[in-house]
Structures are given as structure tokens and as C-alpha cells.
Design a protein around this ligand. Structure first.
Ligand code: 6PG
Length: 242
């Protein structure tokens, strides 16, 4: 499903309505809202309206990062710092519910990914009792090359079929060392939403949505969950399919 909005302000309004609804439903259903957030422009687009929404029960949010750069949490490249500045500083998500990369492991991406799997296992039961974590919502961005999370075109990680979180040391988008959720996790979520705004995304959105292919963003195909796109008119300008 593709939702288009005249501009980024309207898109943030639409995202607020969507996320607030899914949050309320999940908390009603199982007492918590498990959500994974990407970096890039997404945290700002997500938070613009949501951070003022007093009806959202942020105290029951459990937050992970769809991908994270292997840098200290106060580094300007940190997705955590970005999300903190845009959203966490304004709402009452308990600090222990915000799952960051272990700051002591940022120099060892492999260990950092292993640790992140352990954190996921604590939230989503044990590694042995569930095949994959099932997030209530995963929020994704898309890069000009069709990457999403830190899953880049042609990279071996696209074939990862068992690990919940993986590491990459050769990311074409700097910084090169990152950890990322893998496709099986993305595709087991209840809901996955891409967010893309601006004319710079026109060509890639046209390619992703109008032409069958195997770019990373096209490999996001939830098994039973929903897949939505939140785009502004500028990004949607060249999309021909409905
Ligand atoms: C990251 C991201 C990445 C991002 C896309 C889109 O940490 O780099 O999670 O996957 O979502 O590159 O970024 P923009 O929204 O800034 O274009």
C-alpha cells in the first residue's frame, strides 16, 4: 500500500496517525509495542508530529534499531543519538526499553551483532523458542542505490537466512562498520513501513515500485505482515503503478 502526501509535514502527520494506531493496538494485544527504527532522515520525519502526541503510551514501547553504525552512542553518526535528539528526548520511553548497540563493543562489529541478537532474544523469547523476532512495526528508509537498513545491493548479507542481526565492515555508505537486522527479521514483522521523501528519491522509487527486481528494498516482502510506503509527492512523482 502506498500512501502519498503533499509534503514532508503532511507525511509526518500521516506517520503519526499510523504509528499511534499500531502502538495502541499492540499495547492492547500484548502490553507492549516493539518497534525498530532506521537512521537517515527517518527519525526526524517520524518524530515531527509523534513527539507531541500525548495519547501515545510511550512507556510501553520497546525500541530497537533496524541498523546501527559501530560508533559510540554520542557520536554524530550514531542512529541512537539521532533518534534520541529527535524523539526520545521528548517522550517517556523507559531508557531500559531502548536497545542500543553495546557501547563497549563498537570496535568489534561481530561481537556487537552477537550482543544485539542476545538483546533481541530477551525481548522476543529465547533464540531456540522462536525462529525469528516478530516486531509490531519496522520503519525503514531507502537509499539511492536501493539499500535499506545496512543491506546493500550485491552484498553477501542479502543471503543471510538464519542470523537475526549481522555485521558489515564494508558498507558503501559511511561509516563502513555497522550492524543490521536481516531480511528474515524484516519479513517476519507484523507491519513494515518504508518512508521516503524528496525529489532525490524519485528515480529509485520508480525503479523499486514499477520494475520487478531484486534490490534490497524489493526483498522486503513480509511473510504475513503488511508492507506500506509513506512518500511525499516529490518522491512519488515518477511512480506509475498504483
Ligand atoms: C542508515 C540507515 C539507512 C537509511 C537510508 C536512507 O543508518 O544509514 O538506516 O538504511 O535509512 O540510507 O537514508 P535517508 O533517509 O537519509 O535517505
Amino acid at each position: 500500500q502506498i500512501f502519498t502526501f503533499p509534503d514532508v509535514a503532511a507525511l509526518s502527520q500521516g506517520l503519526d496517525t499510523y504509528v499511534a494506531k499500531l502502538s495502541a493496538e499492540a499495547i492492547h494485544r500484548h502490553g507492549k509495542f516493539t518497534v525498530a527504527i532506521s537512521g537517515g532522515s527517518l527519525p526526524k520525519q517520524l518524530a515531527a508530529v509523534l513527539k507531541h502526541n500525548k495519547s501515545v503510551d510511550f512507556s510501553n514501547w520497546i525500541v530497537y534499531f533496524a541498523d546501527e553504525r559501530c560508533v559510540p552512542l554520542d557520536h554524530e553518526d550514531s542512529n541512537y543519538l539521532l533518534a534520541k535528539t529527535e524523539l526520545f528526548d521528548y517522550v517517556n520511553i523507559p531508557q531500559e526499553n531502548i536497545h542500543t548497540i553495546d557501547p563497549d563493543l563498537v570496535s568489534d562489529p561481530e561481537e556487537a551483532a552477537e550482543d544485539y541478537i542476545s538483546q533481541l532474544a530477551k525481548t522476543f523469547a529465547t533464540k531456540d523458542s522462536v525462529r525469528f523476532p516478530v516486531f509490531d512495526l519496522i520503519l525503514l528508509g531507502v537509499g539511492p542505490d536501493g539499500h535499506t537498513c545496512s543491506l546493500f545491493p550485491g552484498h553477501a548479507l542479502l543471503k543471510e537466512a538464519t542470523n537475526w542481526c549481522a555485521y558489515i565492515t564494508d558498507s558503501p555508505k559511511p561509516p563502513s562498520e555497522r550492524i543490521t537486522l536481516t531480511f528474515p527479521v524484516l519479513n517476519h514483522a507484523h507491519h513494515v513501513a518504508f518512508v521516503a521523501a524528496g525529489a532525490g528519491k524519485q528515480d529509485m522509487l520508480h525503479q523499486l515500485l514499477d520494475t520487478p527486481g531484486h534490490l534490497p528494498a524489493q526483498m522486503v516482502k513480509p511473510v504475513t505482515g503488511t508492507l506500506s510506503w509513506f512518500v511525499d509527492d516529490a518522491a512519488a512523482a515518477k511512480i506509475t503503478s498504483t
